[in-house]
Design a binder for this molecule. Structure first.
Ligand code: T5A
Length: 207
């Protein structure tokens, strides 16, 4: 059995990850590829419970270390029960956020040490890394504006603009550090243009 491909979608709030995940899934399926669409934090029963803990607002502040460890706890469950089994069965896994989000939000946004994140990445993932990461990039205000139209903010969305600027910078740094894996897609253009760019990049994996 040929191992499937692991594709992740990344970017700040409201850049269009969820919208485009559905589009890419349909596109790959039109090539008779079996695709599992999933998300982080989440993707399993337990990991979705951890997601709720992370996104809900609580009267008790979540410490930065607790936040980081909960992200990786959810990821460990997700990899064991969803990502690895699907890849081993030859399915392609399309994931809305993965560890680049941890580098961006906990590393960039919360100023946590990148070396700590690297250590946890090795512990939880072993050799697993995405084959391709599509980084949707747009000015922070564009994404927040789109999210605002949707209504109530979750615990992350309630952060200050400066937090999201740091997140964006950290994502762009990740793209510089891993140019073969992370492809930058300009997300502040009409959806049809974004999707044209996505198909162009994904086409390379289909060859
Ligand atoms: N997190 C996650 C961490 O801190 N560390 C981690 O390690 C991980 C994995 C998860 C939160 O957890 C944090 C980051 C996050 O804050 P989430 O729900 O996965 O939360 O992430 P969000 O960014 O909050 O997801 P959103 O649904 O808000 O944003 P999307 O998925 O990027 O955007 P989408 O597709 O829902 O689109 C938003 C709106 O914009 C429109 C869509 O129709 C929709 O209405 N839109 C466009 N409009 C115009 N032009 C375009 N090109 C458009 N593209 C989309």
């Amino acid at each position: 059995m040929i191992r499937g491909k692991f594709i992740t979608l990344e970017g700040g709030e409201g850049v269009g990850k969820t919208t485009n995940l559905a589009f890419i899934k349909d596109y790959l399926q039109s090539y008779d590829i079996s695709v599992v669409g999933t998300r982080e934090p989440g993707g399993t029963v337990l990991a979705e419970k951890i997601r709720n803990l992370l996104l809900d607002k609580h009267s008790e502040a979540i410490s930065e270390n607790a936040e980081l460890l909960l992200m990786f706890a959810a990821r460990a469950q997700h990899i064991k029960h969803v990502v690895e089994p699907a890849l081993a069965q030859g399915k392609w896994v399309l994931c809305d956020r993965f560890t680049d989000a941890t580098y961006a939000y906990q590393g960039g946004g919360r100023n946590m040490r990148m070396s700590t994140i690297e250590w946890l990445e090795d512990l939880v993932q072993g050799a697993l890394r995405p084959d391709l990461t599509l980084l949707l990039d747009a000015p922070v205000e564009t994404g927040i504006e789109r999210v605002r139209e949707r209504g109530a903010f979750d615990r992350f969305e309630a952060e200050k603009l400066s937090f999201f600027e740091q997140v964006r910078r950290a994502y762009l740094l990740q793209a510089e550090l891993h140019p073969e894996r992370i492809k930058l897609i300009k997300a502040d253009q009409p959806l049809a243009e974004v999707q044209r760019a996505l198909i162009e990049v994904i086409g390379v994996l289909l060859k």
